[in-house]
Design a protein around this ligand. Structure first.
Ligand SMILES: Cc1cc2nc3c(=O)[nH]c(=O)nc-3n(C[C@H](O)[C@H](O)[C@H](O)COP(=O)(O)OP(=O)(O)OC[C@H]3O[C@@H](n4cnc5c(N)ncnc54)[C@H](O)[C@@H]3O)c2cc1C
Length: 529
């Protein structure tokens, strides 16, 4: 149910195992929030997600996505921050180049980076295996629980006491305090910030934000490079069209324009899904790619679920806090400080966030329901990385915006959509003054638009905030982290399940394998109505 990238991944694995698989998607296109859409005649943009960084190499290989046309080009630089004083600082893919760039700002910080980077990468490698398997369900009252705990123990075999304490600091500490402790230059700290806390509630000084440093060092891309960032040729939709082709190739059927209205169950056993047009589809197993609130609070009868489960699902923190503004421009944006010899690809990423304090203040304003005047804007001039996205002479720029509230203190998002768009343009104009007069088309996606168009409850881009209390065995809610749900035969396979949001394919992969294991063990026989 749902043809987001996780739904398609799950469908591919199920169909490839020989199961008769049908994907029903409410929109007219597949992809969920991993899509390429036309935003002006002949101009295509990755309207929602825009950079591929954590797509699991195993999924790329198993689904043979390259054979289905997926091509990703490493972003080099992986990110770039123009500062208000006119300096542009780039984070290159090659470590030696990063060190050289940091040296220009602070030789001491460059040394610190060399010292810390290896340590972070090593810690990230301890977490990596947890990505592609169900999280442990710690419980010392069952054999399965003990097995889970043993598995965790084995994963950390060889870890030193110092590494454990570092890991705990990363899981619980704040990015801001980590950076303040280790680095001197505000610019260097901002460079780290520019790569972190995306889509999350909380500024860089919120506890738990340091974990992002490790998440971003998980390997990605076909060649499993640690800290991979990729431009997807044809936009992010090329990932999901390759996945749809893979799923069809394995024998799955995909039906778009087919919204599920109800997941029908009797006495805790799945019976069927009912589409909005009244079509009933009897089925043994449903994997829901919709987020947990949408799945359980909108589509399953409340009487079918334990009250404490419903209470926990209602409590999942979603609530924004991001928006997206996509633009077509009549000329390339000229960001100040860009060296004249940079190639178009090197002129494609510009993150506008001048300091940690700026980001912290921005979140403080948004958390009280206001739209900050000073926004953090992450700009990608996508047509510089892939000229096929726009006709010659035109440019496509996508801008991810944080922080903005889902619930406004006053007024409605319908009334404030243009205000948000204008504030984003003013912010960009501070760094690229030619942009305002070159805008040919502008698409503003508020958190409410993300909910209405893309089906993201409360506009949350990860189907639930990525905070420690909502991760691992607490995702989506405690006791139900292994893709199963209180309805036998109904599973979650989207970003609301472990390991969470981002274009990874991991929840879809893990949920499908859980279903296959349950079928093998005969666990689902009783679920057949
Ligand atoms: C603005 C934005 C920017 C982002 N930027 C990035 C980025 O650069 N890099 C990155 O890695 N991640 C990014 N993300 C996050 C990432 O895109 C998502 O976390 C991820 O794509 C979620 O995938 P999914 O398959 O689990 O769910 P979704 O993509 O949300 O798919 C769920 C699908 O279920 C369908 N559905 C829902 N209800 C029903 C129903 N009743 N019947 C039938 N179908 C239904 C929906 O229409 C949708 O197609 C971004 C997200 C957004 C919104």
């Amino acid at each position: 149910m749902g043809a987001g990238h996780n739904g398609l991944t799950a469908a591919s694995y199920l169909a490839s195992a020989g199961l008769k698989t049908l994907v029903v998607e409410r929109r007219d296109i597949v992809g969920g929030c991993c899509v390429t859409e036309e935003i002006a005649p002949g101009c295509r943009a990755s309207t929602t997600s825009y950079i591929a960084s954590m797509l699991r190499p195993e999924v790329i290989r198993d689904l043979k996505l390259a054979e289905h046309g997926l091509r990703m080009v490493p972003c080099d630089p992986a990110l770039q921050v123009p500062f208000p004083d006119g300096q542009l600082v780039s984070w290159w893919a090659e470590r030696d180049q990063v060190v050289a760039e940091l040296k220009k700002i602070s030789p001491k910080d460059a040394e610190t980076f060399v010292r810390i980077d290896g340590r972070l990468k090593k810690l990230a490698r301890y977490l990596q295996p947890f990505f592609l398997e169900p999280p442990p369900e710690p419980d010392t009252k069952s054999l399965e629980g003990w097995g889970s705990l043993l598995r965790v123990g084995q994963r950390f075999r060889g870890i030193s006491g110092t590494e454990i304490s570092h890991l705990v600091s990363f899981l619980t500490g704040s990015l801001g305090e980590f950076l303040d402790r280790n680095y001197q230059s505000e610019k260097v700290k901002t460079l780290f910030l520019a790569n972190n806390v995306y889509g999350k509630h909380g500024g860089p000084y919120q506890p738990g934000t340091a974990l992002g440093l490790l998440f971003h060092l998980l390997s990605g891309g076909e060649h499993e490079a640690q800290g991979f960032y990729g431009h997807v040729m044809g936009g992010m939709g090329a990932i999901t069209s390759a996945m749809a082709a893979a799923a069809r190739g394995f024998g799955a059927e995909i039906r778009t324009g087919a919204a599920v209205a109800q997941i029908d169950s009797r006495n805790g056993r799945l019976r069927a899904v009912v589409l909005e047009d009244g079509t009933e589809i009897r089925t043994r197993v449903v994997l829901s790619n919709a987020d947990p609130k949408r799945t359980f609070l909108k589509m399953v009868a409340e009487s079918e679920l334990p009250p404490e489960f419903v209470h926990a699902v209602r409590g999942i923190k979603m609530d924004g806090p991001c928006a997206k503004v996509n633009m077509v421009l009549s000329e390339e944006p000229r960001f100040r400080g860009t060296p004249p010899n940079y190639s178009p690809q090197q002129r494609s990423l510009f993150t506008l966030v001048p300091s940690l304090e700026f980001a912290e203040r921005c979140y403080d304003i948004a958390k009280f329901g206001e739209i900050p005047e000073q926004l953090w804007v992450d700009c990608v001039v996508a047509s510089n990385a892939d000229p096929s996205l726009a006709p010659a002479g035109k440019h496509v720029m996508t801008c991810f915006v944080q922080y903005v509230p889902y619930r406004l203190r006053s007024g409605t998002w319908e009334e404030k959509r243009d205000l948000l768009g204008d504030r984003v343009v003013s912010k960009i104009a501070e760094y690229a003054p030619n942009v305002p007069d070159s805008i040919v088309a502008r698409q503003v996606l508020t958190p409410l638009d993300l909910e209405r168009t893309y089906g993201l409850t409360e506009g949350n881009i990860f189907h639930g905030d990525l905070t420690l209390e909502q991760l691992f065995f607490n995702r989506p809610v405690a006791g139900w982290s292994q893709y199963r749900t209180p309805i036998a035969g109904l599973y979650l396979c989207g970003a609301g399940a472990h390991p969470g949001g981002g274009v990874t394919g991991a929840p879809g992969h893990n949920a499908a394998h859980q279903v296959l294991r349950d079928l093998k063990k005969g666990r689902l026989k009783e679920a057949v109505a």
